[in-house]
Design a protein around this ligand. Structure first.
Ligand code: B12
Length: 221
């Protein structure tokens, strides 16, 4: 089992999306993340394990290489493409089949920030837990959040940030949302976010991953 998850991680890291992908040239003709994900699921490995021990692990490995200067932006983009394609394969496995939505969850990556892999995972996990998700995409302005809240007044709002620079943009968005809609709960997340930062900017909740958010909501909060 470890073997196939490791192979998935390597495919993400190398940006090998499927058997057909011509990139990277040294992996031509080999199975990619699409085939290996299908195989792992058929073997009975859970979607959560494929996500955490395969896909996310692979993204973290390439992130470390990027920090060391061993890979560059185009490598990250190719890995991100493979990651997003694999997540689409996992999406049905996260669906709970519940007919009634538990509520509406608005999510966006904050202004100035183009990272969307984490946000997309939060979206899939929340949909799987029975929430209707309105995805505002990346580089989401405060105005876009406010417009979405106006159309779904009872929604929960999620914000994602991956950069230490763009996480600062959360403060304005949270403040402006709370001025207009004091009852709206704003939940923040993303690699650089901490509980102390949440307190500093007055957001309502912080979770390091979407499963913790779902557990919190399931507990009736
Ligand atoms: C892939 C990637 C990119 C891709 C993004 C592609 C895409 N479609 O997303 C591209 C190439 C575009 C990119 C660009 C840049 N990047 Co970049 N990137 C990464 C990388 C390697 C992986 C990020 C990722 O997807 N992680 C995997 C996901 C699953 O994790 P996650 O996002 O943290 O999400 C999880 C949790 O945090 C949580 N979560 C996330 N959001 C939310 C929200 C809520 C509500 C909740 C509850 C939970 C939650 O749940 C998720 C699942 O568990 C990281 C390195 C790393 N180790 O993180 C660097 C990294 C984030 N990038 C970095 C940098 C510097 C940049 C650039 C500035 C580089 C440049 N010179 O241009 C640009 C900025 C572009 C911009 N304006 O946004 C730095 C940030 C440093 C810093 N301190 O700010 C990092 C850390 C790399 C590094 N070590 O230097 N990047």
């Amino acid at each position: 089992m470890q073997d196939i998850l490791q192979r998935i991680a390597v495919c993400i890291e190398r940006g090998k999306a499927s058997l057909k992908s011509l990139y990277p040239p040294d992996m031509k003709g080999q199975e990619g993340v699409a085939e290996l994900t299908e195989k792992a699921l058929k073997k009975g490995i859970s979607a959560q394990e494929v996500l955490n021990k395969g896909l996310i692990f692979g993204m973290h490995s390439i992130g470390e290489k990027f920090s060391r200067g061993d890979v560059f932006i185009p490598d990250l983009l190719i890995a991100a493409q493979a990651m997003n394609a694999a997540m689409e394969l996992l999406r049905p496995r996260f669906e709970s089949g519940e007919i009634h939505h538990k509520g509406t969850f608005i999510i966006g990556t904050v202004s100035g920030d183009l990272h969307d892999i984490g946000k997309n995972i939060v979206k899939i996990v929340m949909e799987g837990a029975g929430w209707e998700v309105i995805d505002l995409g990346t580089d989401t302005s405060t105005e876009s959040f406010i417009k979405a809240i106006k159309n779904s007044p009872g929604a929960l709002v999620g914000m994602s940030a991956l950069l230490t620079t763009t996480m600062l943009n959360m403060e304005k968005s949270v403040r402006d949302i709370h001025v207009k809609y004091p009852y709206i709960k704003v939940i923040i997340g993303g690699a650089p976010i901490t509980e102390n930062f949440r307190k500093d900017i007055g957001a309502d909740l912080y979770f390091p991953d979407p499963n913790k958010l779902v557990e919190y909501l399931k507990a009736g909060n």
